[in-house]
Write a protein that binds this ligand. Structure first.
Ligand SMILES: Cc1cc2nc3c(=O)[nH]c(=O)nc-3n(C[C@H](O)[C@H](O)[C@H](O)COP(=O)(O)O)c2cc1C
Length: 192
């Protein structure tokens, strides 16, 4: 299906019962027709070592290939100590290197996240948006999807049961598709 819009979804938690992994599953479910979200599991990516950036581990090479093959990226981040988890930052760092060969450059992004606290990973999301500035990833501004008090919004099977949040995630994905098309149109007309 050549016309399928593909999004690479990356959750920033390695926890088996992760709310953020569960939120990413919800995104897969609510993606509109013609949009497919493929997920990438960042488990097993070793700690970044700049000595190895020109010959990265196979998992990193795969991540870079998957980013490049996707039309856009969806980050689903927990909040650890008011920021993004080290494992997510580590994956971002690997795929951004070596200098001049970042897989992220120009790739449109959407950011969402869940936390057990009242701010729903807001602080982590703003740190992630800051990374997107240097990575040159245009990010969707609205809607912001901050899933607060996560323990109340997922059932025992890890299904997002909060219908308002499910609808909001659908809107976020639609906005990501719109942003991507807008960017492509802008770049085409700039080149004309
Ligand atoms: C190291 C660590 C730091 C955390 N810091 C925060 C925090 O700053 N803000 C917050 O809302 N929750 C914080 N939490 C709680 C997380 O929101 C909670 O563990 C959540 O379930 C993590 O996401 P996950 O379910 O996708 O693994 C922290 C958890 C850990 C393990």
């Amino acid at each position: 299906m050549a016309d399928t819009f593909t999004i690479l979804g990356i959750a920033g938690s390695l926890r088996a019962a992760s709310y953020n992994k569960a939120a990413l599953r919800a995104a897969v479910e609510v993606a509109p027709q013609g949009v497919r979200i493929d997920t990438f599991d960042i488990a097993d990516i070793p700690g970044f070592n700049q000595d190895k950036e020109r010959e990265p581990p196979a998992k990193v090479a795969e991540l870079k290939q998957r980013i490049r093959a996707a039309d856009a990226v969806l980050f689903v981040t927990p909040e650890y100590n008011y920021s993004i988890p080290g494992v997510l930052k580590n994956a971002i760092d690997w795929a951004s290197r070596p200098y001049g060969d970042s897989a992220w450059t120009g790739k449109p992004a959407a950011v969402m996240g869940a936390s057990v606290g009242m701010l729903g990973s807001a602080r982590a999301q703003y740190h992630l948006r800051q990374c997107c500035v240097f990575l040159d990833m245009p990010a969707v501004n609205q809607p912001e999807v901050m899933i607060a008090n996560a323990a109340r919004r997922f059932d025992a099977n890890g299904r997002l049961t909060d219908e308002t949040t499910r609808a909001l995630i659908g809107q976020l994905i639609a906005a990501l598709v719109r942003l991507t098309h807008t960017m492509r149109g802008t770049r085409q007309s700039a080149a004309a």
